[in-house]
Design a protein around this ligand. Structure first.
Ligand SMILES: Cc1cc2nc3c(=O)[nH]c(=O)nc-3n(C[C@H](O)[C@H](O)[C@H](O)COP(=O)(O)O)c2cc1C
Length: 173
């Protein structure tokens, strides 16, 4: 049973605890369809996605990414890569913005499918970007934005209420 969009958005949470059960290829495909349905400046679609399910590769990634240790148990990682030369005005900023939209779609789609996912940062840390490039043979001009571990959640991670009316201004600051 797929939840409606607003419920899914409210219930999305960073999932860092996984059962270890492998995500099906069909679900991975659905996540990638969601990713590429994201908005992008001037419809330029400056993104590439590297799907990693190989346990050895997942473990190797955790060795250079201290905040992505959950990759091992998740069983799948999606690396969202920004391609500035394919972005609006060849802009790195637009490439990052567009890939951020794609990443959020992956996170929301994972929630909708009953999966768990979390953005683990690569960009803008130069050391982490170079490490991921080296591990995955990514060319220098491509920006690995994040690694998104995806797996079956244990249920330990809960959505937080972050709504705060103080953050809203009507008509003027
Ligand atoms: C740009 C960005 C970088 C993040 N980097 C990490 C990370 O490296 N490791 C991690 O566990 N979570 C990371 N997160 C997830 C945040 O910690 C999380 O979204 C935040 O605590 C709010 O919790 P929620 O996602 O459950 O609502 C990142 C999120 C964003 C948007």
């Amino acid at each position: 049973m797929i939840k409606d969009a607003l419920t899914t958005i409210q219930e999305r949470k960073s999932v860092r605890h996984f059962t270890g059960k492998q995500v099906s290829n069909n679900d991975i495909e659905l996540l990638l369809h969601a990713a590429m349905a994201a908005p992008a400046a001037v419809h330029m679609l400056p993104w590439k996605f590297i799907v990693i399910t190989d346990k050895v590769k997942l473990k190797a990634l955790t060795e250079g990414l201290p905040f992505a240790q959950m990759l091992k148990k998740a069983g799948t990682g999606i690396v969202v890569c920004a391609v500035p030369e394919e972005a609006a005005m060849n802009s790195e900023v637009y490439a990052i913005l567009d890939c951020t939209c794609a990443s959020e779609n992956i996170l929301i789609a994972a929630e909708a499918l009953g999966l768990g996912a979390v953005w683990t940062a690569v960009y803008p840390n130069n050391e982490h970007m170079d490490f991921v490039r080296k591990e995955l043979y990514i060319p220098k001009h491509i920006i690995p934005l994040n690694v998104i571990p995806v797996g079956h959640p244990t249920g330990d991670d809960k959505a937080q209420v972050k709504y705060d009316a103080n953050n809203i201004h009507w008509e003027k600051w």
